[in-house]
Structures are given as C-alpha cells and as structure tokens.
Ligand binder design. Structure first.
Ligand code: IPE
Ligand code: IPE
Ligand code: MG
Length: 259
C-alpha cells in the first residue's frame, strides 16, 4: 500500500465530483469533447488504485441530472457515446481488478442503448468482491430525495403508519444508496467550492477535499494524497475532541458567569 497511509484509518467510502474536463480542454485550445475523453481515461486509473488499496466503495459523479437538462445536445450525446465505450472496453479490466460496477440516478431516463451497456457491465462484474464502483448517472440529490419520499409516503399510507414513526434510518433506506455506508471523504477536482447537488443527505458528516487539479490530470496517487489528508482530520460529528475536559459550570463562581 501507499506507504504514508495508515491501514487502520482507511475510509470505507470515497466519493468524487469529477469536474474540470472542459477547462482541461480549453487550456489546450481543444474542444470540450477531448477533455471528456481524457477524463474517461482518468476514471480507470483511479478505480484501479481504489481496488489496489482495498477501498470497499468508490462513487463517481459522472453525469448530473442538470448536465442532462442544461448542456447542449451534442455534448450530452457525446457523453453518452463515451459512457457506452467506457463500459464496453473496461469490463475486462474491472474483472481483472475484482471491481463490481453499479449505478445511482434516474438511469431509466438514459437512452436504451446506454442502459443496455450498463446492464451488461453490471452483470459481467456482479460477482466481484473488491471495490464497488458506483457511477452516478443522470443523478441529482434533490430528485433522489423526491424519489425516496414518494416511495416512503406510499408505503406509509399503505401500511397505515403515522408520520411520527418515520426515522432517519427509514429515509436512508429509501435512498438509491441504501445499501452503502455514507461517504467518509468527498473529493472535488478543479477547485470549485460547491457540492452541485451530489449526495446531499449522505454527506452530512463527510470530510471534504477540494483540489485545483483538473479531473483529466487526476490519478490514483492524488486520491491517495487526499486519503492521507483525510487521515489527519479529526471527525467530531458535533461532539468534542477526545480528551477535552468539559466545563463544570456549576463550580464557577457567580461573578464569572456570563449568562
Ligand atoms: C466534468 O467536467 C464532467 C461533467 C460534468 C460531465 P465539466 O464538463 O463540468 O468541465 P468544466 O467544469 O466545464 O471544466
Ligand atoms: C458536477 O459538475 C457534476 C459532475 C461532475 C458530473 P458540474 O460542472 O456540472 O457542476 P457546476 O455546474 O460547476 O456546479
Ligand atoms: Mg464543471
């Protein structure tokens, strides 16, 4: 393993917002398409590194619902072609690396020929037990919540439950990611300090790492550097650092009280 990583503190789930393909191409006076093509190459390097270090879950934001709605049709069509060829050409490598592929998002809205390739890759890698690679495709976190609440409310009505019985765990169970742990680490490439409608519920306590590096230049080593940074963080979940003494308010003299 990358020698600087602490095997005791490995994240279970890393999620990545793969941003910056267009800027990568722009810097070289190339069309955006070239950036996407180079970005697809980068995906496979990162997936193989994840598998090598034994990361159980890797989730990649590849295509958002908003990308689908707001980008020119020519770009969307190119991304669909690229996805098809990525899925066709990388199944063998995924099998060699014990990687299982699956998807989250409103994938039913994608073109049938893309969905056919998605099913093919999912089926062909189903038995692999290493890293689970989840591609977020036509994904938006708010629409994921809408989909979850629709199904949740339907079940609540059907079972005659009262709203007070709904818990956080129930909401979790209706998300696309119900079978996965929440991400421990969220990486965003290309420097933008935003989450762009990605996994909003799931990243409540996720550690965030933003790098200026553009996605097509991102490699496994950069993910490992982000994990190394993550391992230096202290996750508090709203609590206090280990060993922090709590203030004994009762013992303060009245003249030192501020409230
Ligand atoms: C990320 O790169 C890939 C997708 C969103 C499909 P962009 O296409 O967003 O690249 P920039 O942000 O314009 O550089
Ligand atoms: C986020 O990147 C979506 C993906 C990486 C698939 P965008 O480029 O779409 O995000 P914004 O528009 O900069 O927020
Ligand atoms: Mg972008």
């Amino acid at each position: 393993m990358y020698r600087r990583l602490d095997p005791e503190r490995m994240p279970q789930h890393v999620a990545i917002i793969m941003d910056g393909n267009g800027r990568w191409a722009g810097k070289r006076s190339l069309k955006r398409f070239f950036g996407h093509q180079q970005g697809a190459e980068a995906v496979q390097y990162v997936v193989e590194t994840a598998s090598r270090v034994g990361l159980p879950w890797l989730t990649l934001y590849a295509f958002s619902l908003e990308n689908n709605l707001k980008r020119p049709r020519t770009e969307v069509n190119f991304l669909m072609r690229l996805l098809k060829s990525y899925l066709t050409n990388n199944v063998q490598r995924m099998n060699d690396n014990n990687v299982r592929i699956q998807y989250v998002g409103r994938t039913e809205e994608l073109p049938e020929e893309v969905r056919e390739r998605m099913r093919y890759a999912e089926e062909a890698t189903r038995k692999n037990t290493g890293t689970t690679l989840t591609l977020a495709l036509n994904y938006g976190a708010r629409s994921e919540l809408v989909d979850a609440f629709r199904r949740l409310v339907a079940d609540v009505q059907r079972k005659g439950l009262c709203p007070e019985q709904i818990t956080e765990l129930d909401i979790h169970r209706y998300l696309y990611t119900a079978h996965m742990p929440d991400p421990d680490l969220l990486i965003r490439t290309s420097g933008e300090m935003r989450v762009s409608n990605f996994l909003l519920w799931q990243i409540a306590y996720t550690e965030i790492f933003v790098t200026e590096r553009l996605w097509p230049d991102f490699r496994g080593i950069h993910m490992l550097e982000a994990i190394e940074d993550y391992q230096r963080r202290e996750r508090r979940y709203g609590g206090l650092s280990d060993g922090t003494e709590s203030d004994d308010v009762e013992s303060l003299p009245a003249n030192q009280m501020v409230v």
